[in-house]
Ligand binder design. Structure first.
Ligand SMILES: C[S@@+](CC[C@H](N)C(=O)[O-])C[C@H]1O[C@@H](n2cnc3c(N)ncnc32)[C@H](O)[C@@H]1O
Length: 250
């Protein structure tokens, strides 16, 4: 009898069985959930706040839009949308209950829960009907998916024809010297920061590795187009350390 071969994928630089990746990702985010916001500010020197504001500007949201935020985590993106567009309806979603709970608690403490719904779900298979949302956002989430292609197809399916998908994700610096400094920072400083601030270097070693394994700007753009979107453009931020892809279906 032929032995069943498990499909492989990456968890950072490690090769793991595809079926186990979401468990690894889940364990990791459960372990960082409580300290996620502190570390985000420390690692990016607060710059992630600006990147998320730019994402909201590019989303060209209108009041009354129905918005899906995938991999919401602690809810930075939902909060910005909710405060600026109080008449929108926002679905805050995440595969991980520990992260989503942080986001839900925060929405109550910081008063942005009124136009938010909370759903635990994977962006790779979503319980929404076709063409439900005006805008779909995902911030620093796609990198962690087991099957990014499947996730992008789901996003396209759930988006109205007139809608926009916005993907904020780590990417590839353009300048080679800057790229070397960034590599040094990622593999030497990030894990140490994790160790000093939250007693966890491993999760931040994963972060650095997962960024290197993620498709660069051009490749992600072609993946988005292959998933069925008709147009896609991207904006590089901080020399391409981060990029925002905006995709349209018409
Ligand atoms: C780095 S955090 C980003 C949180 C937030 N969007 C932000 O920008 O601060 C990544 C989030 O993606 C979530 N995630 C990972 N895989 C996912 C999947 N397949 N579907 C939905 N969420 C996922 C994790 O649970 C985690 O909360």
């Amino acid at each position: 009898m032929r032995k069943k071969v498990n499909k492989k994928t990456h968890f950072g630089y490690k090769e793991v069985d595809e079926k186990d990746k979401s468990t690894h990702v889940g364990d990791l985010f459960s372990s960082v959930a409580e300290n996620y916001d502190i570390m985000n500010d420390a690692m990016s020197l607060g710059m992630h706040r600006l990147w998320k504001k730019i994402l909201i500007e590019l989303a060209a949201i209108s009041e009354n839009d129905v918005i899906l935020d995938i991999a919401s985590g602690t809810g930075d993106i939902a909060k910005l949308i909710s405060k600026e567009y109080p008449n929108t309806e926002i679905y805050m979603t995440d595969i991980n209950m520990d992260m989503l709970s942080q986001g839900r608690d925060r929405s109550i403490n910081e008063s942005f829960y009124k136009n938010c719904h909370f759903c635990q779900l994977s962006g790779e298979i979503m319980p929404f009907g076709d063409e439900t949302f005006d805008v779909i956002t995902i911030g620093f989430g796609l990198r962690n998916f087991t099957n990014k292609e499947k996730g992008l197809e789901e996003m396209r399916r759930c988006l109205k024809k007139s809608g926009r998908l916005l993907v904020l994700e780590f990417s590839k610096p353009i300048n080679p010297i800057f790229s070397q400094i960034y590599d040094w920072y990622s593999f030497n400083i990030l894990p140490k920061l994790g160790s000093i601030l939250v007693n966890d270097s491993e999760s931040y070693q994963y972060l650095a590795e997962s960024i290197r394994m993620h498709p660069d700007q051009e490749l992600l753009k072609s993946m988005i187009l292959e998933s069925g979107f008709k147009k896609c453009k991207f904006y590089n931020l901080l020399n391409g350390v981060v990029s925002i892809h905006v995709a349209y279906d018409e």
